[in-house]
Design a binder for this molecule. Structure first.
Ligand SMILES: [Zn+2]
Length: 175
C-alpha cells in the first residue's frame, strides 16, 4: 500500500454488495486473499438487523491511499474537473465509506437510513477535527463513475443524504 499525502476534501459512499451479515474480519480475509493489504474502504457501516441501529467499523487506515474508487470509465475520469484524468484520484484525498450489504438488490430501511446519516456525519466530524480542515464534498460512487454502487436505493437518496448530513455538520456539503 502507498502512503497518502494531504488532507481529505471529500467522501465517497459505497455499498459492499455482499451479505449484510458480513463482518469486517470476513472482508479483511477476502481483501488479503486477493493480495490487497487491507479492506479498500476507510469506514464501514453495519446495520443491526434487530433495531436498525448503525455501527461504524474502521477499515483501511487513513495513512494509506485507499482502493475504493478507481475510475474505470476513461471519459468520466477526463471530464471530471477534480480528477483531471487521474483514475486513482478519489483514492487519495477522498474517504471511502461503505454500507455493508447490497442496496441495489435491497431497499434501505428508512430508520436505518437516518442512522447511516448520523454515522456519516460523525465520521466527517472526526476527520475534520483531526485534520483541522473541513471535508467539502459527499458523493455516491455512481456520481463519479459508471457503476451501480452504492446501489439504487441509496443512490436515489444521495441528495437527501447530503442535505441531512450537512444539517448535522452545520455547513453545506457539495455534490
Ligand atoms: Zn463503490
Amino acid at each position: 500500500m502507498k502512503k497518502r499525502y494531504g488532507n481529505y476534501i471529500g467522501a465517497i459512499l459505497h455499498h459492499t454488495t455482499g451479505s449484510e451479515n458480513q463482518t469486517l474480519k470476513d472482508m479483511e480475509n477476502i481483501a488479503k486473499a486477493k493480495g490487497y493489504g487491507a479492506v479498500s474502504y476507510n469506514y464501514l457501516i453495519k446495520r443491526d438487523t434487530k433495531n436498525n441501529q448503525a455501527s461504524i467499523k474502521t477499515g483501511r487506515n487513513t495513512y494509506w491511499v485507499g482502493a475504493h474508487t478507481y475510475i474505470e470509465n476513461d471519459s468520466k475520469a477526463k471530464k471530471d474537473p477534480l480528477a483531471k484524468g487521474d483514475k486513482n484520484y478519489y483514492n487519495k484525498n477522498w474517504l471511502g465509506i461503505a454500507l455493508i450489504g447490497d442496496y441495489e438488490k435491497n431497499q434501505i430501511n428508512s430508520d436505518y437510513l437516518e442512522n447511516v446519516i448520523k454515522s456519516i456525519a460523525h465520521i466527517i466530524e472526526v476527520i475534520n477535527k483531526k485534520q483541522g480542515q473541513k471535508i467539502k464534498y459527499l458523493r455516491g460512487h455512481r456520481e463519479v463513475d459508471n457503476t451501480l454502487c452504492p446501489g439504487k436505493s441509496v443512490y436515489l437518496k444521495m441528495d437527501y443524504i447530503r442535505d441531512k448530513v450537512s444539517k448535522i455538520l452545520g455547513y453545506t456539503l457539495l455534490k
